[in-house]
Each structure stands twice: as C-alpha cells, then as structure tokens.
Design a protein around this ligand. Structure first.
Ligand SMILES: [Ca+2]
Ligand SMILES: [Ca+2]
Ligand SMILES: [Ca+2]
Ligand SMILES: [Ca+2]
Length: 436
C-alpha cells in the first residue's frame, strides 16, 4: 500500500495573556465571506453555568484530541489490511495511535455500514515498523476477543483518558442515519497495557456525530465534548470515569455535528469550535474558553457562513501565514439538496480565515485559496471526512490536504494538496499517486 511520511506540525508557541477574558463580551462576527445575517436559529436561556475560577494553563492543548490528530503518516483508508470478515465498510472514524508500544503509528478504524441496523466490528491495523501495515491475527485478543462494535461510527479520537501514559480511543457513533435517528452509544476503548485494550459502551445514546477532548477544567485529566442533537460534556474523574455534565455550556448552542477543542487565541483556556448545518440556522462559531470552565453564546465569535457548503466537517487552527497567531481552516460540504449532483453531502470547499487579533478573523478564501477548477473530477460528489494542516512538502510552512490518501471509490481525493507559499496563499496541486 502507498504511504507518505513526513514530520509532524510544529505547534505555534503558546502565549499566555495575564488578563483572562471571563466572557460577557458582545458577540463578534468575523469579516468577509458573505456571512448570512439571518436569524441565529438558537434559542435563549440554558442551564446555569459553573464558574470554576480557573487559572490559565501554559499549554491548554496538551494531551487534547486535536493535538493527537496530526500523525506522521498519510495512508489510504481503503487499502488498510483488515480482518477478512465482520468489519463494516464505513471509513470516516479513523484514529492514529501507538497501539502496541513500539513507538510507531498504528491505525484504528471504527466502522459500521450506511443504514445498518445492528453493528459491525471495528479494526486495528498495526504498523510493522517500516510503515507496512498488517492485520495481526492476535488483534481480537488485543480487544479481549471481541472487536469494538460500531453502527455508523463518524469520528474516533485519541487521548490518554485514564492518565496511565498510554493512548486510548473514544468513538462517536451516530447510529442509523435516517428517521427516527435512534442514535447509538459512544464507545470508550482504553489501552490497559501496550497492545491490550478494553472497551465499553457509554450509557448515553444519541446522534453523536462529532466531538473532541481536552482538559477543560484544568484538573489534569482529559474531558470529552460529545456533539449531536443534544450535546454535552463528559467530565473525567482522572481514571476515565466520566460524569455527564450540561452545566459547562450554554443551552443555546443547539445541535452540533462537528467540534474541536483548541486554544485558538492562546490565552491558556481551550476554546470550543462548533458547527452543524448553516442552512438550518446553525451558526458556526468559536466559543471562547475562560476562567469559568464553561462556554457561552455570550462569548463567541461567529465564522462566516459559506453557502452552499454549510455543513462543517472539520476545524483546524494553526499559524498559516507565519505571524505567530493561529488562523482557521474549515472543511465543508453541501448541507442541503440543490439539484441533481448537487445534493446533501456532495462537493466540498476549504474555507481559510486569517487571525486579525482580538478574536476576529478575516475570511480570505476568495483571494488566498485556489479554486479547484483544474482538479480532475471537480464537480463530482466527493467530500473529505478530515482535512489536515501539516507541512507535507517540508518547506517550513503548513499545507492543507485530505487525511485519506485515496477515497477508494473515486480518484478525486487522491494526492490533493493545497500548498502554502508561506504567507497563507494556497495553490491547489493534484498529484496522481497511482492509487485506483
Ligand atoms: Ca479535566
Ligand atoms: Ca482560548
Ligand atoms: Ca497567523
Ligand atoms: Ca509546506
């Protein structure tokens, strides 16, 4: 199978601001990009929020699922070795981790099938050392003899949830993807010793489409945001015992299909980036972390809508233009049906916003990002589950590229790279790497 190898992104330096913004500021909208001025689609009110009186952290992103989602390899999901039977066909919920303690990057995939009633097995593929991946017959034993189940897994994340130094996995599974959307349970998969895992279903069933993990309450363990029709936090007790909490964010957030936890403004408090379907009135926004340890609509920055690509699939926040602050990249697809070939979850765009300070961002997509007119197959239906922001050409700046090296069903995603010129201008290049 084909693999690309490169160095991990270097995180921008963390700068601590002495004065923590504890919320209460007016909502600010970033400029440009044709933000729709319609109703917010969110309702007021919400549960009483905690005020934990936190101090800023030197590195609020330490151990977060976002930090762990920049592996040193890029692979084809579809060419991964997997068990001969029993696993599903879905390939969105990928996780990268050292799953056997040998220091290289292994790949976990939670699966399921589209419109499946029931569950399939997930799989774990081991890097044998030279970036050659192999299914190992011992893998079911790695999971105690039973592969972690999935109905329609949408996102897997890695973090050390039980604070033992080994990477664990959490799977967001939204279940059957049609009315009445009965939902599914998230799966917690703990690496109890190198190469040995134990998994459990979490008790809260729902349409869990996305989420992220970071230490939101500064007590040294990694907490989880669970996005869906009814989002909530799992607050960690330090040993991967989780308590469902709804008092850590404002109830006006509405539904959430995509989420990341990143300290975007580098003030020592991790921020919550949320998106769903803009066509339905869902606002794409950054909810600013603060000393309270809670997130509120009263302290958020809106990200301009990007119709017709109103379904936000993925967020990244890295320094794209080399000025030391974190800029934004959003991976999007269509959030409604605009006709034949232009349907729901068809096509894609990459939205880029540069940080202009004071929690404001300028949408430079129109001027800084190549239009994909020269891309073979453009106008087709592909969308990227995940976009990565790393220096793929080793020239010192951060480039944009789909995580998957090939879609398996189309050549569109194959070898696609938005190459940075160092100033945050991206040139689209399509490299035929021969995967079909
Ligand atoms: Ca915590
Ligand atoms: Ca922050
Ligand atoms: Ca920047
Ligand atoms: Ca580069």
């Amino acid at each position: 199978m084909r693999i690309e190898r490169f160095t991990k992104a270097t995180a921008v330096a963390t700068v601590l601001a002495l004065a923590a913004c504890g919320g209460g500021g007016n909502e600010t909208a970033s400029s440009g990009g044709g933000s729709s001025g319609g109703s917010s689609g969110v309702s007021g009110g919400g549960s009483a929020l905690v005020d934990l009186g936190l101090s800023p952290q030197a590195n609020a992103d330490a151990g977060s699922s976002y930090t762990n989602a920049a592996p040193d390899i890029r692979i084809s999901y579809y060419f991964l070795p997997h068990p001969p039977a029993g696993v599903g066909s879905l390939r969105d919920a990928v996780a990268y981790l050292d799953a056997d303690g040998d220091g290289d990057t292994d790949v976990f995939m939670a699966t399921g099938d589209y419109l499946l009633i029931g569950e399939t097995g997930s799989f774990l593929t081991f890097n044998t050392g030279a970036d050659i991946f192999a299914w190992q017959t011992a893998t079911p034993q790695a999971f105690g003899g039973a592969l972690p189940p999935a109905e329609h897994a949408r996102k897997s994340i890695t973090a050390d949830f039980n604070s033992d130094g080994l990477a664990d996995i959490f799977v967001f599974d939204h279940g059957f993807d049609a009315p009445p959307f009965p939902g599914a349970a998230p799966k917690l998969i703990l690496q109890t010793a190198p190469g040995t895992f134990s998994w459990t279903r979490m008790p809260d069933v729902g349409f869990h489409h996305g989420g992220a993990a970071a230490d939101i309450d500064h007590d040294g363990d990694i907490d989880i945001f669970v996005g869906g029709s009814d989002p909530f936090f799992y607050v960690n007790d330090g040993a991967a015992g989780f308590t469902k909490a709804t008092n850590r964010f404002d109830g006006s957030m509405g539904k959430v299909f995509s989420a990341e936890l990143i300290d975007v403004d580098q003030d020592g408090f991790v921020d919550l980036l949320l998106g769903a379907h803009e066509r339905d009135g869902d606002r794409t926004a950054i909810y600013w972390g603060s000393s309270t340890g809670a997130y509120s609509v009263a302290s958020r920055t809106l990200i301009p809508a990007a119709a017709p690509y109103g379904a936000v699939l993925d967020f990244d926040a890295e320094d794209l233009d080399g000025d030391g602050d974190r800029d934004l990249v959003l991976n999007r697809t269509r959030d409604g049906d605009d006709g034949p070939g232009l349907g729901f979850y068809m096509g894609r765009t990459v939205q880029v916003l540069l940080n202009s300070g004071n929690r404001q961002f300028s949408d430079v997509t129109a001027t800084h990002v190549d239009k994909p007119t020269g891309e073979p197959g453009f106008g087709g239906t592909d969308w990227f589950p995940w976009l990565r922001v790393q220096d793929i050409d080793a020239d010192g700046d951060l480039d944009l590229f789909p995580d998957n090296l090939a879609s398996g069903t189309s050549a569109e995603a194959t070898g696609l790279v938005y190459r940075n010129d160092g100033s945050g201008h991206f040139t689209l290049e399509w490299v035929d790497v021969g995967l079909r």
